[in-house]
Design a protein around this ligand. Structure first.
Ligand SMILES: Cc1cc2nc3c(=O)[nH]c(=O)nc-3n(C[C@H](O)[C@H](O)[C@H](O)COP(=O)(O)OP(=O)(O)OC[C@H]3O[C@@H](n4cnc5c(N)ncnc54)[C@H](O)[C@@H]3O)c2cc1C
Length: 384
């Protein structure tokens, strides 16, 4: 069977780094490529050809578990406001912290790099709220999680399904005290593109960027425009990076053929936005955010029973209906993706021109816009 090591195909590596962590000779280092994503690099002098890297590789098809889907909303207004969707993550985090547990999630470091980290207080968990639409650096968190698990602490680990698959491969055994919750990720954008984007904003406005809130609910859950916060606390709305992400132009190669994009999930819970709620259950629609929660294991079922009192809405829904308006399958590659990344690699797209380039490469031609509009009008007329 093809894998990254025997084929060199980049689409077969999700960058979890389990191979590097488990290599008995420390012969593997995770190195950033020209597109800005991490891949294993083998030091041939240290390698003993034991094949363990191929055995622990987490990027292969795994049979997931039968999922039950719910429409869900957190009953705490403040927690709901801080969340991207319906605030399910924070409910889980609260349960874990109240049980002397540890929560792993995604945050920014001081330079605004997107990283995984752990928190032991609820206050500290707040930094994980809100989606950061960039591939996160897992740092040392698999090892840290393993230590907490061995010490008997309850551990909630959140991240993308491929990152949780990596953790499972790294641990190599089941832990009763481990709760896995993946976000329904449709793709992960490049950290290098994000860095250049941040630098370009700093050049343009001649001040440092302090925070990027991808999903502020200031204009409601559906009308979210990313907000850039500068170090003088001034804010602007800026959509270029987010737009390139949703148009699938700046993603990791493995995302376009993701092994985990399916209704069968490998974790205890999957959390997502309930896109299409206005069609599926109009009476439960809300401008404050609605989650799609899938419960994927017996452990998940038991936990849901404990924390269901923290929801204002929790209603079962057919998974086929719930998934209809969301990404439970692979996304298409944007036609300019490779061209864009080639220019990133050779430096012709850089922090001086990246905003212009992202806008140019994702622009839809006027002819296409007219055709799309025409299609919509015809469809509407036929439905009357
Ligand atoms: C890259 C990416 C792609 C996504 N694609 C979709 C999609 O196609 N459809 C959909 O319905 N939802 C998608 N989501 C999930 C959605 O944006 C929300 O994160 C999810 O619904 C949880 O919301 P919440 O209100 O429960 O939690 P929040 O309080 O918003 O908590 C955020 C949770 O997301 C985790 N997180 C934040 N950034 C990252 C990151 N870069 N990588 C891994 N984990 C992260 C945090 O650790 C925390 O667990 C995506 C999220 C990301 C980060």
């Amino acid at each position: 069977m093809d894998n990254y090591f025997n084929s060199g195909k980049k689409e077969l590596c999700n960058g979890c780094g389990t191979c590097a962590l488990r290599c008995p000779k420390n012969a593997i280092e995770m190195v950033e490529d020209g597109e800005g994503f991490l891949y294993p690099h083998i030091n041939k002098e240290k390698c003993i050809n034991c094949g363990l890297c191929e055995k622990v590789c987490s990027n292969f098809n795994k049979t997931g578990q039968e999922s039950v889907a719910y429409i869900a909303i957190n009953n705490n207004e403040k927690e709901l406001k801080n969340a991207s969707s319906g605030g399910m993550f924070y409910i889980l985090a609260k349960y874990v912290i109240e049980n002397n547990g540890v929560v792993f999630g995604v945050t920014y470091d001081k330079e605004l790099n997107v990283i995984h980290k752990y928190a032991e207080t609820l206050e500290d968990c707040k930094q994980f709220c809100g989606s950061k639409y960039v591939r996160s650096d897992l740092k040392n968190t698999y090892k840290e999680a393993e230590k907490f698990l061995k010490d008997g602490r309850v551990v909630l680990y959140t991240g993308t399904a491929c990152q949780l698959s990596g953790l499972k491969s790294y641990l190599g055994k089941e832990y009763d005290n481990l709760i896995l919750c993946d976000i329904l990720c449709h793709a992960n954008p490049s950290p290098k593109v994000f860095r250049l984007y941040k630098e370009s904003l700093e050049k343009k406005y001649s001040k440092k960027v302090k925070d990027i809130k991808f999903r502020s609910k200031e204009n409601g859950w559906r009308n979210q425009t990313p907000i850039i916060v500068f170090n003088d606390n001034n804010k602007i709305e800026e959509n270029t990076f987010f737009n390139a992400f949703v148009k699938e132009m700046i993603n990791r190669q493995s995302c376009y053929s993701c092994m985990f994009a399916s209704k069968s999930r490998i974790t205890d819970f999957t959390i997502a936005d309930f896109w299409g709620i206005e069609k599926v259950k109009p009476n439960l629609d809300s401008t404050k955010g609605v989650s799609l929660l899938t419960v994927n294991s017996e452990k998940g079922k038991k936990l849901l029973n404990i924390f269901k009192n923290n929801t204002s809405i929790l209603e079962k829904v057919d998974i086929d209906i719930a998934s209809k308006y969301n990404h439970f399958n692979n996304v298409p590659v944007h036609k300019n993706r490779d061209k864009f990344f080639k220019s990133i690699e050779n430096g012709s797209i850089n922090s001086d021109n990246i905003i212009y380039a992202m806008n140019k490469y994702t622009r839809v031609s006027i002819v296409k816009k007219i055709l799309r509009k025409g299609k919509r009008i015809v469809k509407k007329a036929l439905n009357k």
